[in-house]
Design a protein around this ligand. Structure first.
Ligand code: NAD
Ligand code: DAU
Length: 353
C-alpha cells in the first residue's frame, strides 16, 4: 500500500489505526477523511508517528464530489473504511443518521473505488470494518458466530452495518472490486468516546456518578483491546484473500456486571483515597435497552489459521491499560464532558432510564 484513505480516522478505532499504520508503514501516505461529528476528535490525532505523512481532511463520506477528488488527487490504492455512526443507543433514538452515513456513505466510497480501480484492480484493496452485531444475538448454549453465520441484525445500527457489508460484497462479486470485510466484537482502549460502556464506567466513577447497568447486567460481550483489532485489520489488508470475510474477537466473554466489577477494582487500586471508593457502590440498575442483544461471542479460527492472528492483550491487562490511559488523559475527558453535545446525550439517554 502506498496511498491509503482511512475514513473515520478521528474516531476511536480509526485514530488507533492511524497511529498503528503510520508506525508500521512509515512510507505510506495516509489521507484521513473524517467529518468530525460529535464522535470525531482532532485531539485523538496529536503526536502521531510520522505525522508528515498524515493528511487530515474534514469532510463527509457521503460527499461524492469530495471522495472523487481524493481518489484522483492522491491516487489512492487502499481504502480502510471505519467512518460510521457507531452507537446502538443513538440508533434507537435516531436511526436516520445511521442509514445515511453507514449505508449511503459506504455506497459513495464503493462507487468511487469502482470507478477509479476499474480494469486495474492489481495492488488495490477496499477494506470494510464491520461488527459482530450483524449476526444478531446468541442463546446461552449457541456456538460462537463465525464467517458462515447467517445475518440477523436487530438494531438500526446493526441493520445499517449489515446493509453496508452486503453492498461491499456485492461490489466484490459483481464488479470484481478487490474488497475484504472484517466483523469484530466489542473494542475497548484509549480514545473511546465516553458513551460506550467501558468509558462510561470509568468517567462516571471519577465523578462519583451512578454506573448505569441496563437490565440485569448479565448480557455478554466478547471484548477485544483496540490495538489487537488494528493488527488484525492490517493483516487482513496485507494478506487476507480478496472477496473474503474475517471474523475477529477477543476470546473474552464476561457479563457486563463482571466487567464493571473488574474496572471498579482497578479504580479502587489506582485511587484508594477517592471519596467514591469502593466504586462498585455506584452500580445502579436502570431500564434495559430496547431489543437488547443478550450474548455475542466470535470464533477466530479462520483468521488464526490463515493469517496467524490472535489477541495478545488479556482482558485484565487491557482493562488496566485502559483505566490508566483515562487517568492520564483527564483533560481529554473534561474537554468532551464540557461539550453541550455530550451533556445533551447523557440527559437524553440516561434521563429516560
Ligand atoms: P466512533 O463513533 O468512535 O468513530 C466514528 C468516526 O467516524 C468519527 O470520527 C466520526 O467523526 C466519523 N464519521 C461519522 N460520520 C461520518 C461521515 N459521514 N463522514 C466522515 N466521517 C464520519 O466509532 P468506532 O467505535 O471507532 O467504530 C469505527 C468503526 O468500527 C465503525 O464502522 C464501527 O461500526 C466499527 N466497529 C466498532 C466496534 C466497537 O466496539 N467500537 C466493533 C466492531 C466494529
Ligand atoms: O459488538 C461490537 C459493537 O460493540 C460495535 O459494533 C458498536 O459500534 C459498539 O458500540 C459496541 O456495541 P454495544 O452495544 O455492545 O456497546 P456498548 O458499549 O454500548 O454496550 C456494551 C454493553 O453494555 C451492552 O450490553 C449494553 C450495556 N450498557 C451500555 C451502556 C452504554 C450498559 O449496561 N450501560 C451503559 O451505560
Amino acid at each position: 500500500m502506498k496511498n491509503v484513505l482511512v475514513t473515520g480516522g478521528a474516531g476511536f478505532i480509526g485514530a488507533n489505526f492511524v497511529r498503528y499504520l503510520l508506525e508500521k508503514e512509515p512510507e505510506v501516505r495516509l489521507v484521513n477523511l473524517d467529518l468530525l461529528t460529535y464522535a470525531g476528535n482532532e485531539a485523538n490525532l496529536v503526536d502521531l508517528p510520522n505525522a508528515h505523512n498524515h493528511i487530515f481532511v474534514q469532510g463527509d463520506i457521503r460527499d461524492a464530489e469530495l471522495v472523487e477528488k481524493l481518489f484522483a488527487d492522491y491516487d489512492l490504492d487502499t481504502v480502510v473504511h471505519f467512518a460510521a455512526e457507531s452507537h446502538v443507543d443513538r440508533s434507537i433514538l435516531g436511526p436516520a443518521a445511521f442509514v445515511e452515513t453507514n449505508i449511503l456513505g459506504t455506497f459513495v466510497l464503493l462507487e468511487s473505488a469502482r470507478k477509479h480501480w476499474q480494469g486495474d484492480p492489481e495492488g488495490k484493496r477496499f477494506h470494510h470494518v464491520s461488527t459482530d452485531e450483524v449476526f444478531g444475538s446468541l442463546g446461552p448454549d449457541d456456538p460462537p458466530f463465525d464467517e458462515h453465520t447467517a445475518y440477523d441484525p436487530r438494531s438500526p445500527y446493526s441493520a445499517s452495518k449489515a446493509s453496508s457489508d452486503h453492498l461491499v460484497r456485492a461490489y466484490s462479486h459483481t464488479y470484481g472490486l478487490p474488497a475484504t470485510v472484517t466483523n469484530c466484537t466489542n473494542n475497548y482502549g484509549p480514545y473511546q468516546y465516553p458513551e460506550k460502556l467501558i468509558p462510561v464506567i470509568i468517567t462516571n466513577c471519577l465523578q462519583g456518578k451512578p454506573i448505569p447497568v441496563y437490565g440485569d447486567g448479565k448480557q455478554i460481550r466478547d471484548w477485544l483491546y483496540v490495538g489487537d483489532h488494528c493488527d488484525a485489520i492490517y493483516r487482513v489488508i496485507v494478506n487476507g484473500r480478496e472477496g473474503e470475510t474475517y471474523a475477529i474477537g477477543g476470546n473474552n466473554q464476561p457479563t457486563n456486571l463482571e466487567i464493571i466489577h473488574t474496572i471498579c477494582e482497578v479504580l479502587d487500586d489506582r485511587l484508594p483515597n477517592s471519596p467514591h471508593a469502593p466504586h462498585k457502590e455506584l452500580i445502579t440498575f436502570v431500564t434495559d435497552r430496547p431489543g437488547h442483544d443478550r450474548r455475542y461471542a466470535m470464533s477466530i479460527d479462520r483468521i488464526q489459521a490463515e493469517l496467524g492472528w490472535q489477541p495478545t492483550e488479556s482482558l485484565a491487562t487491557g482493562l488496566e491499560k485502559t483505566v490508566d490511559w483515562y487517568l492520564a488523559n483527564l483533560d481529554w475527558v473534561d474537554d468532551i464532558r464540557n461539550e453541550s453535545v455530550y451533556a445533551d446525550w447523557m440527559t437524553k439517554n440516561y434521563g429516560k432510564r
